[in-house]
Design a protein around this ligand. Structure first.
Ligand code: 9MR
Length: 475
């Protein structure tokens, strides 16, 4: 049974909150501008493009819109981990997990479940509890069956066991290893399979991208599990890399796991650099992301690539690696970095919409279309933004965008609301800003024929009559 039907009450609340991004829905996958976003370009290659989502940012429409627009898979960066989801024994906190699953369903995205058995981010009761093997087995089975069971049918892949190895390829001495012994891994996979027989079950780790002692240890483990008939379906390669250090054996390593009959996924890629960044480092990072993407594409069993966070400022890296940062595809202003462009290009996509630019503008490498002004004496587009209703504490506005004497393949409307007035809920455009707002076309309504009009709309939390000022349109 689907998540939305089972949990209608939650769905209503989260649905209302996120209605502004729900406009993407399934229409994104049928957008005319094929390959102009990571999700479209990845889909053209039969893969998914994923991102780790910070739960506290989902209520920010700019963040949520970009996640919806660019990615076809989401992973909970933290909210499905044991300490978040079962903070006290037997008490489950589903709020964050439910929010992400709802968001994904509204935006036609897959959910990658992360993670069930991990030595880190354990709640105190588990970390400090003095359990026998039988007790820990029971606790672990309960956790897995509750969590996987709740999202059965909604989460396609799960990291069942995370980071089970030391760098030398021996088993990490986690609580499970010490209390239950080697068999804990097979038992965890069996419990997950029982809770959702359709889920694809993964073991996930870092520093296993190249062929080395650690990946050899993991290889031997999964080979043994498969021989024993344990329900394991894939290996996740976290891929937390340092600038310029993509292992030369990455593709070959992915391939040897694939040759066992397993799916492989790049689950948490980020590529950190010593700060401050400069253009040479950003270019190196772009070629590193390209190499990672190409390694995956060269292996047909590599089903997708997930980046570990949306913007550089969202990343865990600066908190953990002193002096390092800027590891992701977008900067803190939601702008695409060279790494974004190179990953999109490696996926076969292109920042242009594939149509002709009719306004004399050019598409820059950063993916923004700049308006070159007029062609043949006609402007690319014109727009109006009109308040069409207001009440105590809120107002509704309509945007109308009309193409000039040539068709356009993308538009952006800028305008001025009242100080601090923000879009709380918008549709048919991607909104950003507070006070000074920009509304850019959604993935499916950027193409407007000459003289034709498209509309979009939004709500704000400020009541009272207001006449919108400073409206400009660029195509
Ligand atoms: O990005 C996560 C960060 O917000 C958490 O504080 C941290 C806690 O250990 O976990 C980070 O995510 C990790 C992921 O769950 C497993 N692989 C390594 C990731 C980076 O540390």
């Amino acid at each position: 049974m689907s998540f939305l039907r089972r949990r209608a009450a939650v769905g209503v609340a989260a649905g209302a909150l996120l209605a502004g991004v729900a406009v993407f829905g399934s229409t994104l996958t049928t957008a005319q501008a094929a390959g102009s976003t990571l999700r479209e370009a990845a889909a053209d290659q039969g893969r998914f493009a994923g991102v780790a989502v910070n739960d506290s940012m989902l209520s920010n429409s700019q963040y949520a819109n970009l996640v919806a627009q660019e990615f076809s898979s989401v992973t909970a960066e933290n909210v499905m981990k044991w300490e978040s989801i079962q903070p006290s024994q037997g008490q489950f906190n589903w709020a964050g997990g439910d929010r992400l699953v709802n968001f994904a369903q509204q935006n036609n995205q897959k959910v990658y479940g992360h993670t069930l058995v991990w030595h880190s981010q354990m709640p105190d009761w588990l970390e400090n509890g003095n359990f026998s093997a039988a007790q820990l087995r029971q606790i672990t089975n309960d956790h897995i069956s509750q969590v996987v069971g709740r999202y059965a049918g909604d989460i396609e892949r799960w990291d069942v066991v995370n980071e089970a190895f030391n760098e030398d390829g021996t088993r990490r001495q986690s609580k499970w290893q010490q209390t239950i012994g080697d068999g804990y891994i097979a038992e965890a996979f069996q419990a997950a399979h029982a809770a959702d027989p359709s889920a694809k079950l993964f073991i996930n780790d870092y520093n296993i991208e190249g062929i080395n002692a650690k990946s050899d240890g993991l290889y031997n483990l999964v080979q043994g599990l498969l021989q024993q008939g344990v329900p394991i379906h894939g290996v996740g390669f976290q891929t937390h890399l340092i600038l310029g250090q993509v292992p030369g054996s990455f593709q070959q390593n992915l391939q040897r796991f694939a040759d066992l009959g397993l799916e492989v996924v790049i689950t948490e890629v980020d590529i950190r650099m010593q700060m401050p960044s400069d253009s040479a480092k950003l270019q190196q990072q772009a070629s590193d992301y390209e190499a990672v993407t190409e390694a995956c594409l060269a292996v047909s069993a590599c089903s997708g690539i997930t980046v570990w966070g949306l913007r550089d400022g969202d990343s865990w890296v600066p908190d953990v690696f002193d002096g390092y940062g800027a590891p992701l595809l977008f900067d803190d202003n939601y702008q695409k970095k060279p790494a974004y462009d190179s990953m999109l290009a490696a996926l076969g996509g292109s920042a242009t919409t594939g149509g002709t630019t009719t306004n004399g503008g050019t598409t820059t490498n950063g993916g923004t279309t700049t308006n070159g002004g007029t062609t043949g004496g006609s402007q690319g587009c014109s727009a109006t933004v009109t308040q069409i209703g207001q009440w105590n504490g809120g107002a509704q506005y309509e945007i109308r965008v009309t193409a000039g004497s040539s068709s356009i393949s993308g538009w952006q409307v800028s305008f001025q609301l009242r100080s601090g007035e923000t879009v709380t809920n918008g549709w048919d455009a991607v909104y950003s800003g507070a006070g000074s707002i920009t509304a850019a076309n959604a993935a499916y309504n950027g193409n407007v024929a000459a003289g034709q009009t498209v509309t979009a709309g939004f709500l704000t939390g400020v009541g009272g009559a207001y006449s919108v000022s400073g409206v400009s349109c660029s195509a």
